[in-house]
Design a protein around this ligand. Structure first.
Ligand code: FUL
Length: 450
C-alpha cells in the first residue's frame, strides 16, 4: 500500500437518504476476474462481418458468404492501434445477428469457411486472438444469441444446443477468453419464430469451460450493460446491483434503465458497469461515415463519463472492407492515447504528506503538497477489493496548505475511479471529505493533476 492510501473510519452516509443504514458483513466484493476486467479500464470493440460488405448495421441472415472477402485483413493492425492508445482488451463480433460466423464452425455452413477469405481456409477469430496475444491485449468475444440465418432459431431446444456448441467451439479452441459478450436482442428468426434462450445453461457453460472469463449482458452475471450506447455511465454509479431487477438479458420494465445506469446502492451482487459506444455513428464501418469519427475532445469526454465514473469503456472501432482500421480512426486512437497520457502524466499529489481524520459522522483525508501547484483535475480511488462504500464526497483546496478551504468538486460514488475536472486552482493543501456507510472505511487513493 503506498503512502497516499489511508484509512477513513466510521463515516456515515446518512445524508444520502437512499442508503440503507449500514453495510452488512456479507457485502459484495469483486472476483479476481472482475478486478482484472475493471483494471483494464479501456477495451476496444471490433464489429466486423458481412455487414461490413453490405453497408448495413443489421444483416437479415440471407447474405451470401461469398461477399465476405477482406483482402488485406490485418488483425495485428487493429491490436496495435488499440495497444498504442492504452487499451488493454479487445472484443470481436465472432457472430452478429446475421448469423455469419467469423470462425470455421462445425455448426453451420454460414461461415468464413464458405467465403473467399483466405480461399475458405481463414479463421478471423484465430487471427484476432493471435493479434491480441502479440500486442498484450486480453481477448473477448461477442456471440449474438439472435441469429437471423440459422434454421434452428426459434426451435428453442434445438437452437440452444447449437448455440452452446458454438460457444464451446469458441471457448475451447482459442485459449483464455477474458470476456464473453452477450446482448439481449431477440427478434424473429428466418422462419418468423421467436427463440427462448436458455441463459442459465449458457452462463453455466461459460463458467465451467472458462471460469476466469467475465460474462457481460444487461443481466451480467459478472458485468452489466450501462443502459445506453451514448458513452455515459450513471452518476452515482454503484458497482453493486439488486439482481432481481434484470434477471435475463433484454428484460425491460420499470427501473431497468435506472438500475443499469446507477447500480443499486448497497446491492447484494457485485456487477460493475461497462460503457459500450462507437467511435462512429454506426457499429460497422460505412465509408459514408468516414468524416464522422469522434474527435479527440469527444473521446476524452467519453473517458471521463465512463472510466471517470467507475465504469469500463468499450470503444468500438470497426475495420473497413479491406480488413484494417481506417487511417482516421487509427489517428484518433493514437491522439486519444497521447492526450490522456499527457493529461495524467504527473500526479502532483504523489509526494504529499497525508493525514486522515475520522470521527462520528465524518471522515476526511488531508494532503499537504511539497509546493504550491495548480491543479484542475482529481482522481479518487476506493479499495474496491473490500467493496464499494463511499456515497458522497467533497474535495477542497487550500492555497496555504491548511485552512481557508475552497470547494473544488463534489460528487456521489467513487468506486474503482472517480475523475473530476474543475477550474484551475493553486493549492498546497487538499482535503477530501467522505460519507461512507456505517462500517469502518477502507483506504482511498487521491491523485491530482495540473
Ligand atoms: C446491440 C446490437 O443490436 C448492435 O448491432 C451492436 O452490436 C450493439 C453493440 O449491441 O445489441
Amino acid at each position: 500500500m503506498d503512502r497516499r492510501e489511508f484509512l477513513i473510519a466510521g463515516g456515515t452516509a446518512m445524508a444520502a437518504g437512499w442508503l440503507r443504514p449500514a453495510f452488512n458483513a456479507g457485502r459484495p466484493r469483486p472476483s479476481r476476474a472482475q478486478l482484472a476486467w475493471q483494471s483494464d479500464e479501456l477495451a476496444m470493440f471490433v464489429h466486423f462481418g458481412v455487414n461490413t460488405f453490405t453497408d448495413r448495421e443489421w444483416g437479415d441472415g440471407r447474405e451470401d458468404p461469398a461477399i465476405f472477402n477482406p483482402t488485406s485483413l490485418d488483425a495485428r493492425q487493429w491490436a496495435h492501434a488499440a495497444r498504442v492508445a492504452g487499451f488493454r482488451a479487445m472484443i470481436l463480433t465472432a457472430k452478429h445477428h446475421d448469423g455469419f460466423c467469423l470462425w470455421p464452425t462445425a455448426t453451420t455452413t454460414h461461415s468464413v469457411a464458405h467465403s473467399p477469405f483466405r480461399n475458405g481456409t481463414g479463421d478471423v477469430v484465430r487471427e484476432f486472438v493471435d493479434a491480441c496475444h502479440a500486442e498484450d491485449l486480453r481477448p473477448g468475444l461477442y456471440l449474438s444469441p439472435w441469429d437471423r440465418n440459422n434454421p434452428a432459431y426459434g426451435d428453442s431446444p434445438r437452437y440452444n444446443n447449437l448455440y452452446c456448441d458454438q460457444l464451446t467451439e469458441l471457448l475451447t479452441r482459442y485459449g483464455p477468453i477474458a470476456e464473453m459478450w452477450f446482448d439481449g436482442a431477440n427478434g424473429e428468426g428466418p422462419n418468423g419464430r421467436r427463440q427462448v434462450y436458455d441463459w442459465p445453461r449458457i452462463w453455466a457453460l461459460v463458467r465451467k469451460v472458462q471460469p476466469d472469463a467475465v460474462m457481460f449482458s444487461d443481466a451480467g452475471p459478472d458485468v452489466r450493460w450501462c443502459g445506453n450506447e451514448r458513452g455515459t455511465a450513471g452518476d452515482p454509479n454503484w458497482s453493486t446491483v439488486d439482481p432481481s431487477v434484470v434477471s435475463v438479458p433484454g428484460e425491460s420494465g420499470p427501473g431497468v434503465t435506472d438500475m443499469l445506469q446507477h447500480g443499486t446502492p448497497l446491492g447484494m451482487v457485485w456487477r460493475p458497469a461497462e460503457v459500450d459506444v462507437s467511435v462512429r455513428p454506426g457499429w460497422f464501418h460505412h465509408a459514408a461515415e468516414d468524416a464522422k469519427v469522434r474527435d479527440v475532445d469527444n473521446l476524452l469526454e467519453l473517458y471521463h463519463t465512463s472510466v471517470g465514473r467507475n465504469a469500463k469503456l468499450l470503444l468500438n472501432v470497426p475495420p473497413t472492407r479491406d480488413g484494417v482500421l481506417h487511417p482516421t480512426d487509427v489517428e484518433r486512437l493514437r491522439s486519444f492515447g497521447e492526450r490522456r497520457t499527457a493529461r495524467f502524466a504527473e500526479d502532483v499529489a504523489r509526494d504529499a504528506a497525508v493525514r486522515w481524520h475520522s470521527g462520528k459522522g465524518s471522515a476526511a483525508a488531508q494532503l499537504e503538497l511539497p509546493h504550491v501547484r495548480t491543479i484542475s483535475s482529481i482522481r479518487l480511488e476506493e479499495a474496491i477489493t473490500r467493496g464499494q462504500k463511499v456515497a458522497r464526497y467533497a474535495v477542497y483546496g487550500s492555497a496555504r496548505g491548511v485552512g481557508d478551504w475552497k470547494l473544488l468538486s463534489r460528487g456521489t460514488t467513487i468506486g474503482y475511479a472517480r475523475i473530476d475536472r474543475f477550474e484551475p486552482a493553486s493549492v498546497k493543501g487538499l482535503r477530501v471529505e467522505l460519507d461512507v456507510a456505517g462500517e469502518p472505511a477502507d483506504p482511498i487513493i487521491v491523485r491530482a493533476f495540473a
